[in-house]
Each structure stands twice: as C-alpha cells, then as structure tokens.
Design a protein around this ligand. Structure first.
Ligand SMILES: Cc1ncc(COP(=O)(O)O)c(C=O)c1O
Length: 384
C-alpha cells in the first residue's frame, strides 16, 4: 500500500478526529486556522474601526479572488469575490442582451437549480432556453450538447461537474464549439474547483463562477466570479452597485460609470468576515495542488465503487474516472432516513432526491474511513 502524503493535512481539520466526514461536495471540513482568521477579523474591526477599509478590507474581493485565481488558472486581478455563486451568475447574465437573432441560452437540463431559475427568468427578456436532456439523469451526451450550440446561441452555460452525479463535462470541446459559432461560455465550477483541475485561461472560458463551501473548504459567504479580461470593456452588468463605480467615493448621481477593472462586476459591500474565513481553505488547496487531490480522489472514489459493488449497492455515478468528479453516488432505499441515522453515529454523507446518497472523500480522508462508511451503512440498513 503506497503511503498517503496528503494525510498529514488531517491534523488541520478538527472534525475528522471524531467524524467519518465524507460530505465535502456539500460542506468541506473547516481548517483549524479559520478560527484564527475570524479572530483576526474581529481584532481588526475592534482596533482599527473604519480605517480597516483602506488597510485591506476594500481590496479583499480582489486579494482573496487572487487565491482562487491561482487554483483555477486565472491571472492576477481577474477573479472577484461575491457573496455566493448565484449572485455571480446573475451578474454575468445581467450584462447580456437577447436579440431575436441570437437569443438562445444552451445549458444541461440537470444544471444546478439556481442557475436554471436564473436562466428561465431571462425568458421575460427574450431569451430562449435550450436544456440538453440527460437520458440517464446522470450524464449529458456531449454530441447533443455540441449540436444544440449554433449561430443563434448567445450563451452556453454549464456546470463543469454536475452536482447530482459528479459527471465531468468536456469543457474544452464545449468552449471550442461555442466560440466557433460566436457564442460565449459561462461555467459553474462549484463542483470542480479544488477537486478536478481546471484552467480557465488555457481553455479560454469567458466567465466562470463558483463558491467556497465545498471542495475549497472556505465556508459560506464567499462566491467568486472570473471574467475574461478582454471582455471587461464590453460588459455593463445591470446587477450593479456603488462598488462597481470608477469613483465609488464620489457618490455620483445618475447612471453608473463602470470601473475599468474587475470591480465593475461588484455591487454593494462585500462579506468581509466570510472572506477572512475563506482564505485558509484556498491556501491549503493551493499548497497541496489540485492534481494531487485529484489523483487521490480518483483512487478513493474507485475504492468506494468497488465496495458498493461488493455490497450489492447500485452505483449512480459514472464508473469511468475520466468523467467522474469527486463524488460517488449510490442508490439506497429510504436514503434520507439512512443518512440521518448515519449522521447520529458521526458518519456524515448526504442524500439528494433523484440522485441518491452522495459520498465524497477529500484529501483528508483515510482509506479506512471508506470501509468504515460501508460497514456503518450495512448496520444502519439492517436496523431500519
Ligand atoms: C454546481 C453548483 N452550483 C451552485 C451551487 C450553489 O451555489 P450558491 O448557493 O453559492 O449560489 C451548488 C451547491 O449547492 C452547486 O453544487
């Protein structure tokens, strides 16, 4: 058995001392140093008061965004922090128009609900939504996705990794097709950043959004937005606010004059405490490197699938590691009740209707915990 170097990081995550924690697709474990970072926030507020804004707080949407940028392949100053992923998506959508000859928005029908809700709301502005169906509820056929993208397409908006099943979409092929017909690409990286390598610069993605709650171990309140630099001058988001103004402290009346830099995509006051909290997770993920996290994830998700097969539990996620993200989904009757029972025993996974029980090892997971999960699952099912 090869040694697992990444296990040295376990000491940084208090919850794994007493919990089989296999739920990082939902809420990544809190790094120990996050408590110090939040204390730092209160110390700064208490001691520096309003001066904190020009001593670092004002810059935080960008300085913290740079930490994400290093993980997803964006350049310095190209990622800006928002309060959550939905707001970041809405900001991009509010900068686009939907003229009759180019009014199609192509997505997967199993995209994350927030995104779908935002897309369908655009129908009131003339957008027409094409949702590429998933025949198995798990994967999205690439040929159908590419066929749906044509000269009428304004935007292709997909999740890199589908939240329900962990299916990894072929971002490179989709961007290539979209650009060939003059369409833009917005990608939700929430279920990939921090577990599946992605390079928005190399792939020439136009927009990317995500959040920190899951694989990045950054906690709630820290969503992010990447916009390809050469597009900045062409975009004027309708979802905006005073922080996006080129001279915010002039408090000018009338229509906004947008900032030239990525601040043009902000709105109001950022969630400063969340940005303090989020940094530790990003730093740890960056220090380990996503390729190393991915290699371990492929090995452990494969092991989970073997254990499921041995236990006769149906697997509802891709078996091919090339298109499987960090999560293994299994079908278990009474999934919700089973998950509740396991949680009371400090074995933490989750259940989503239409998907099943989602199980996610991360860099801090031991191989023994995978066995422990299946043992606990068998015992829980027996008692139900
Ligand atoms: C793919 C994906 N997108 C978006 C979200 C939610 O984003 P937010 O709550 O930050 O808007 C989730 C998580 O629940 C997700 O899995």
């Amino acid at each position: 058995m090869p040694t697992d170097d990444l296990l040295k990081w376990r000491a940084e995550f208090p919850i794994v001392d007493r919990t089989v924690y296999l739920v990082s697709h939902s809420l990544g474990a809190m790094p120990r140093r996050t408590r110090d970072r939040l204390a730092e926030f209160t110390d700064v507020w208490a001691s520096r008061g309003v001066r904190a804004w020009h001593e670092g707080w004002w810059e935080m949407p960008r300085t913290v965004g740079d930490l994400i940028g290093g993980i997803i392949g964006a350049g310095s100053g190209e990622v800006i922090m928002h309060q959550n992923q939905s707001i970041a998506q809405a900001t991009v959508l509010s900068a686009l128009d939907w003229p009759a000859e180019r009014n199609r928005l192509v997505t997967e029908a199993i995209n994350f609900p927030s995104n779908l809700y935002l897309f369908h709301a655009l129908e009131r502005e003339g957008a027409r939504i094409t949702g590429v169906p998933s025949e198995d509820g798990m994967t999205v056929p690439l040929d159908q996705m590419l066929d749906a993208i044509d000269e009428r397409t304004r935007l292709v908006s997909i999740s890199h990794v589908v939240f329900r099943s962990g299916f990894v979409q072929d971002l490179g092929a989709i961007v290539q097709r979209a650009h060939a017909v003059g369409a833009l690409v917005l990608v939700d990286l929430y279920q990939s950043a921090g577990t599946v390598p992605v390079d928005v610069g190399a792939l020439q993605v136009d927009f990317a959004t995500g959040g920190s709650v899951k694989w990045l171990c950054g906690g709630p309140g820290a969503g992010y937005l990447y916009v390809r630099r050469d597009l900045w001058p062409t975009l004027q988001p309708r979802l905006t606010g005073w922080m996006a103004h080129r001279q915010p402290f002039a408090f000018e009346d009338g229509a906004i004059a947008y900032a030239d830099d990525a601040y043009r995509f902000l709105n109001g006051t950022p969630a400063v405490p969340a940005l303090y909290a989020a940094r530790s997770g990003y730093e740890i993920v960056a220090e380990i490197g996503v390729p190393a996290i991915r290699a371990k994830s492929i090995r452990q998700t494969q092991r989970l699938i073997e254990l499921a097969d041995a236990a006769g539990v149906p697997v509802a996620c891709p078996r091919d590691p090339a298109v499987r993200g960090g999560t293994v989904t299994i079908e278990v009757t009474n999934g919700h009740a089973v998950v509740e029972r396991l949680s009371r025993e400090d074995v933490v996974v989750d259940y989503r209707p239409g998907a099943g029980i989602r199980v996610s090892p991360h860099f801090y997971t031991t191989d023994d915990e995978l066995e422990a999960f299946f043992a606990a699952l068998a015992a829980a099912r027996e008692r139900m």
